[in-house]
Unconditional design. Structure first.
Ligand code: TRP
Length: 441
């Protein structure tokens, strides 16, 4: 293998890792999961899971990637010859592929909404945004066409080698999106009755405190930090030895929590003030965002800009997902990369079609009482990501000697020992208990 490029600056690495992490997970999935799981308790558990389980595992992925300096499978094979640790790479490939299969469905919804925003058919007094969303997702042709277009967009960006360009552009697109969220938050919070939304988010209703909520919160922490699929291992494999991985990990986790909360603070005050239900499911953000924009001057123009920014945040994640699949799938055989990217993209598109149809044509088809879309989501966030994260945690905790991991962390003894105890005992036990409860319960 030729000598590999390195990120030239710490900020470059943080931006790439954060760009892959921050996407639909924080902006779309977090609000609707919180909405259907009682708000406050889910949010509290999500934050705790992010800090005490997600963050230490993120540090572990950075550590493994940087020591390996190559694709995940070969990285594990070389660092643990003859041992089966590399299978975590295959779990990552399957999980990332499945995630992208429904991620592209939601990406398609963004394209559909962008198209409608451009033709100004998302604004107008008295529009029922819930009905509008329903029209979209129940139309099989539009859903599949939009999903396919989104996959093609992702594929072409990876193919054309302009991925770097997209990431550079997102350097200012993401802050702009952030400013939009602040603006929307101000509008949302000043609506009559908005305070109910704040209560919903921050005053715990303990009746929702149970294992199911915990599984979902843990899954959400893994999903939104891009953990458990070796994605962060791949990024960190380009990282130079001089970088402080703990700082980078803390930055990524903190940004992720902040964006998630901000998305909630835009959505929930408006939900209560405008008389919608927090339990809309996957449509929540698509229903509420136009509803809030309608309350703003020049809302129909701003809405266009917003969806363009959202598309950017989503694409920086989808290209990372496709790259994880391709990187693991081809391993050392880099000469087959172009062909492999097409083949994987097509397979993922086809696997995603039932998810795209699961709100309309296939809405009666249930697996374990869940729609296909929800089932694939559960299979990844609820099972595959926790298993991947568990293995990564054990690898960093036990396979590495203390000398190695301490050297990699370059941190104070207190932080080092806290991390070690978490990845050796607390995270594995917590993940196992939660997993068993959800699978058996
Ligand atoms: N974290 C991404 C988001 O919140 C989704 C995601 C999960 C992801 N695993 C990933 C993105 C791996 C890139 C790579 O939108």
């Amino acid at each position: 293998m030729s000598s590999r490029d390195h990120f030239t600056s710490r900020i470059g690495f943080i931006l790439a890792a954060a760009g892959s992490a921050i996407g639909l997970g924080a902006i779309w999935k977090f609000p609707y999961m919180a909405g259907t799981n009682g708000g406050s308790v889910f949010i509290l558990l999500f934050i705790l899971c992010t800090i005490f389980i997600g963050l230490p595992i993120l540090i572990s992925e950075f550590m493994i990637g940087r020591r390996g300096q190559r694709d995940p499978i070969n990285s594990f094979k070389e660092q643990a010859p003859g041992k089966p640790w590399y299978t975590v790479g295959w779990i990552g490939l399957i999980a990332a592929g499945l995630i992208l299969s429904f991620y592209s469905v939601v990406g398609g919804w963004i394209l559909s909404y962008l198209f409608r925003a451009l033709t100004f058919s998302l604004t107008g007094k008295g529009l029922n945004f819930a009905l509008l969303f329903n029209d979209l997702i129940t139309n099989p042709w539009e859903a599949i066409f939009a999903q396919g277009t989104f996959m093609l967009l992702t594929l072409l960006i990876v193919q054309a080698g302009i991925k770097g360009g997209i990431e550079v552009a997102s350097k200012w697109m993401m802050p702009l999106l952030f400013i939009f969220f602040i603006l929307l938050f101000i509008r949302s919070i000043t609506l009559d009755g908005a305070v109910e939304g704040i209560k919903f988010m921050f005053i715990p209703d303990w009746s929702y405190f149970n294992v199911d909520t915990l599984v979902l919160a843990l899954g959400q922490a893994f999903f939104s930090l891009s953990l458990g699929v070796c994605a962060m291992i791949t990024y960190a494999s380009y990282l130079a030895k001089s970088e402080k991985i703990v700082n980078s990990a803390v930055n990524v986790a903190a940004m992720n929590i902040i964006i998630s909360l901000l998305a909630g603070l835009v959505i929930f005050p408006a939900v209560f003030a405008l008389d919608y239900s927090p339990e809309q499911g996957p449509g929540l953000v698509f229903i509420m965002i136009p509803a809030v924009f309608e309350q703003l001057p020049m809302g129909s123009i701003l809405l266009i800009v917003f969806f363009i920014l959202l598309l950017f945040a989503t694409v920086t994640s989808s290209i990372a997902l496709l790259e994880v699949v391709v990187a693991i799938g081809i391993g050392n055989k880099t000469q087959t990369r172009k062909k492999a990217t097409w083949i994987f993209a097509i397979i993922i598109f086809v696997i995603g079609i039932p998810s795209a149809l699961s709100f309309g044509l296939l809405s009666d088809l249930k697996i374990l009482d869940k729609s296909i879309f929800d089932f694939v989501d559960y299979l990844t966030s609820g099972i595959l990501l926790p298993i991947g994260a568990l293995m990564i945690s054990l690898f960093a905790g036990f396979h590495y000697s203390k000398k190695i991991s301490r050297e990699e962390m370059q941190s104070s003894p207190f932080i080092y020992w806290t991390w070690l105890i978490i990845v050796r005992f607390i995270a594995p036990i917590a993940i196992l208990v939660i997993l068993l409860n959800s699978v058996l319960g």
